[in-house]
Design a protein around this ligand. Structure first.
Ligand code: VGL
Ligand code: ZN
Length: 203
């Protein structure tokens, strides 16, 4: 069975949000249309406590975009975003959530970030997503959402290593591009590692 994964389509990642992905909101109608072609849909939600270690504001003298060592892992420092119980962490209002079977939250541990919907960045703890999909008989996953060069990429790469046939739907994702070309690089890396890149029209 095939599953559609909606990665972090949340207010803080679209225009007006704290960590707005350029044109992030443009994927919403495409994702809503795509959902008609799937019976099995799950979503991930970036869901940080206010004291999260990925926020520049929580490190004296550090700025957004700097890289620090956070408990042994390189960590890019972000603006405060997707804080639990704030509007920024809610799903974009126009996103159809009526068919979403389950939401997997991530980034809840202040000590470690979590880009992938499957594991934290140190691959220390699982979110339960892989076991859940396997229990439901899912063998193919189609990844959409935000941001292409972070959470979408790491979700797709983990999906491959968990043994799922993995597709990235390229017109149903947008990226941060902290450095020009980051999204193209992310897509190349996904392809190299076994992700098949398709467009929504091919479905
Ligand atoms: C994300 C940076 C920090 C993402 C989440 O959803 O891609 N990026 N937290
Ligand atoms: Zn985050």
């Amino acid at each position: 069975m095939k599953a559609l994964i909606l990665v972090d389509i949340q207010n803080d990642f679209v225009s007006g949000g704290a960590l707005a992905v350029p044109e992030g909101e443009m994927i919403v109608p495409i994702v809503n249309e795509l959902q008609k072609k799937f019976d099995f849909i799950i979503a991930t939600q970036d869901f940080h406590p206010a004291n999260h270690g990925s926020f520049a504001a929580n490190h004296e003298g550090k700025n957004v975009g700097e890289v620090i060592d956070l408990n042994g892992l390189n960590q890019i420092l972000w603006p405060i975003h997707c804080v639990q119980n704030t509007d920024g962490t809610e799903f974009v209002k126009e996103l159809d959530m009526s068919k979403v079977k389950k939401v997997f939250v991530k980034g809840t541990d202040a000590e470690i970030d979590s880009y992938s919907g499957f594991y934290d960045n140190g691959h220390r703890k699982s979110t339960g997503l892989s076991d859940y999909l396997k229990e439901q008989g899912v063998t193919e996953v189609y990844v959409t959402g935000l941001a292409a060069d972070y959470c979408v990429k790491f979700t797709a790469l983990d999906a491959v290593s968990e043994g799922f046939k993995t597709y990235l739907i390229s017109d149903a994702t947008k990226g941060v591009n902290l450095q020009a070309g980051d999204v193209d690089k992310a897509i190349d890396e996904m392809k190299e590692k076994g992700v098949e890149v398709i467009t929504s029209e091919e479905l």
